[in-house]
Design a protein around this ligand. Sequence first.
Ligand code: NAD
Length: 296
Amino acid sequence: MKILICDAFDAGLPERLKVYGEVTEDKKNLPDAHIALVRSKTQCDKTWFDQAKQLKMVIRGGVGMDNIDVEYAKQKGVIALNTPEASSISVAELAMALMIALPNKIIPGHQGMSQNKWLKKECERTELYGKTLGLIGAGRIAREVAIRAKAFGMKIIAYDPSFRQSDFAEIKASLEEIWKESDYISLHVPLTESTKEIINKNTIAKMKDGVIIINTARGKCVVEQDIADALKSGKIGGYGNDVWYNDPPASSPLIGAPNTILTPHIGASSNENLLRISDIIVEKIKEFVSQKSSCC
Ligand code: NAD
């Protein structure tokens, strides 16, 4: 059994997997690999699967499956799995960090002090307390964000076509209500036809002036140029962003736009989450090996 680790995982994972077979991080081994482990970097498209002639299973450490051609994997008889349950706390904490840092002017305050500039007036702050947070998507990560935002005294509303009620948010029947009522909007949806470019100049126009938007979901859920324009005009008061139209971006209108905090897709990258992902992967491989020990 050959296990190919394609992307960045917890440093202890290779050692833990050795008991199940030969472990390699050299991508030249793709044609001989029986199991491949990827995160968001490796694009498992048709060409990739065609090269992986011995592949029986690909595991995506993380939530989305948008970098894996799941349909083609099925046709090739390759099991494609992910670890959706692992990352919720890690992503929710980053969303909260962005949501706290933007209105508290942490970045401009720090940048000023680093140059010994006293930007007290420029760093006028606003509180989260008493504000309305609109969640788009009411799944696992949204729940963790809501729990934390409630502790700050925020009112939580959400839109999600899969839910009519929830124990952590007032579920709204339409996005229109989210745009109209929210002081903060946080995206927690997969990238699908219905969520692609869900935030664009038309929907931004319906939002409150000065709204703060947090995107830890997917870059293509927004139109980056429309966000940058609205930041420049002041319609959007702040944008906390972890995910990009292209990951990493060759260029983006968000880079250099005012009132942003931009991170390099680190939502799932907490040490604790990488360890949780490793634990789940080890369990899945153990199960696979015990079922298929005769096949490789
Ligand atoms: P989840 O499946 O638990 O929740 C997603 C929710 O979105 C579901 O309840 C679904 O019904 C809802 N939804 C689907 N289409 C919708 C629409 N058009 N409008 C409103 N709601 C809609 O997923 P999760 O674990 O909460 O993860 C959410 C997303 O976060 C992932 O799909 C991924 O894109 C992103 N994510 C990002 C990082 C990161 O590193 N920044 C890490 C993990 C996940």
